[in-house]
Design a protein around this ligand. Structure first.
Ligand SMILES: C[S@@+](CC[C@H](N)C(=O)[O-])C[C@H]1O[C@@H](n2cnc3c(N)ncnc32)[C@H](O)[C@@H]1O
Length: 342
């Protein structure tokens, strides 16, 4: 899943937002991911300044290739920015709900949808008390292997954390798949789903009576400092690119709120913006390449000016003179209590 609209990127000429990548990758949250030959940060080997790996693929805006994959390098690059961005204010209401679950004494069963390399579990498991069984869902067996290898071992109170995996399509998830679940989580996923997939997810959670913490969905707003006259034009073209497919991109949060609320859940949404500064120059570079690349794919007439724009932005980033806020939202959906739960 990119946006966040995660996108798959392909190696191409300047600002090419080529087709599916061979070894593809993606980034979520409105970001790109690398594909093709990738370096440590998911950057195409030897790519010139304008020689972007740009995105394409799920969430990005272009149809996802059948073998669509998200680069582990991209997921690693974004993990610390994701961790800093997550809406911690949603944890207390979640903890209260989990504390009141029937059978709580035997531990929690958490289903992480689109787990990638397991970033969500590494962040959340140590913030919840009690034994936890994490069920990691993804379509990519390579990412599932990495997630198992890097799984958290201990809960906040030192209780054990174990993981199992389920390879498959989240779009087909049903309430029966969530039988016995205490919580559903996802990170950087919603914006690369379709309306039908989000409806199915909400129906599965409602049917199983399971709370859902769905984090880091892009909302289509970006702030760059210092400002540049082309910022708004690129942002509009990027958002149009995301909306050009049937993936929800910046509309995912609104759709998910409606889908969960219509099924009786209480829904809370808190901001979870990436705050990119001099600590994140590699991530910012990748994000810029994907963001501008998608904008040009949507509006090819922008390409010449956008290449100059990208060169300026990359130079400022390398000099430590660029700040970027990529706005995301986290959503907590608490189903109508069925028993003694609050
Ligand atoms: C942007 S990545 C996010 C990964 C991870 N949650 C994180 O925050 O680092 C999206 C993940 O969702 C998975 N994914 C996307 N669509 C999927 C689907 N329909 N079924 C199963 N997995 C899917 C991808 O393979 C990828 O690992």
């Amino acid at each position: 899943m990119t946006t966040s609209a995660d996108m798959t990127m392909s190696a191409g000429g300047p600002l090419s937002t080529g087709g599916p990548l061979s070894t593809g990758a993606t980034g979520s949250s409105g970001t790109p991911a690398a594909a093709g030959p990738v370096g440590p940060a998911g950057v195409a080997a030897g790519a010139p300044v304008g020689g972007v790996l740009s995105m394409a693929g799920r969430g990005g805006d272009t149809p996802a290739p059948e073998d669509h994959q998200y680069a582990p390098q991209w997921l690693e690059l974004r993990e610390s920015a994701d961790a800093d961005a997550r809406a911690v204010d949603l944890l207390d209401p979640l903890r209260i709900r989990l504390a009141n679950l029937p059978g709580r004494a035997t531990g929690l069963t958490v289903h992480d949808l689109g787990c990638g390399t397991g970033s969500m579990g590494r962040w959340l498991a140590p913030r919840l008390d009690g034994a936890q069984r994490w069920v990691l869902h993804d379509q990519d067996p390579n990412l599932l292997r990495l997630a198992v290898a890097r799984a958290p071992r201990a809960a906040a109170d030192g209780s054990p954390v174990t993981v199992t995996t389920r390879r498959g399509d989240i779009g087909r998830l049903t309430a029966a798949d969530l039988d016995g679940a205490s919580l559903v989580t996802a990170s950087a996923l919603l914006d690369v789903l379709t309306r039908e997939e989000i409806e199915a997810l909400a129906a599965a959670c409602a049917g199983a009576g399971v709370p859902a913490l769905l984090t880091l969905s892009v909302v289509g707003r970006v702030d760059l400092v210092p400002a540049h006259p082309m910022d708004a034009e690129i942002a509009e073209a990027f958002n149009a690119h995301q909306r050009a497919s049937d993936l929800l991109g910046p509309d995912a949060i609104t759709t998910a709120c409606e889908a969960f609320a219509q099924r009786g859940a209480t829904v809370r949404v808190n901001p979870s913006p990436w705050q990119l500064d001099t600590r994140h120059t590699a991530l910012t570079e990748e994000w810029l390449r994907g963001w501008v690349g998608a904008a040009c794919e949507q509006r090819p007439e922008l390409t010449e000016r956008a290449e100059a724009y990208l060169r300026d932005r990359l130079a400022a980033n390398a000099a430590g003179e660029l700040r970027v806020v990529v706005h995301h939202s986290d959503l907590l959906a608490l189903p109508r209590p069925t028993g003694g739960a609050s």
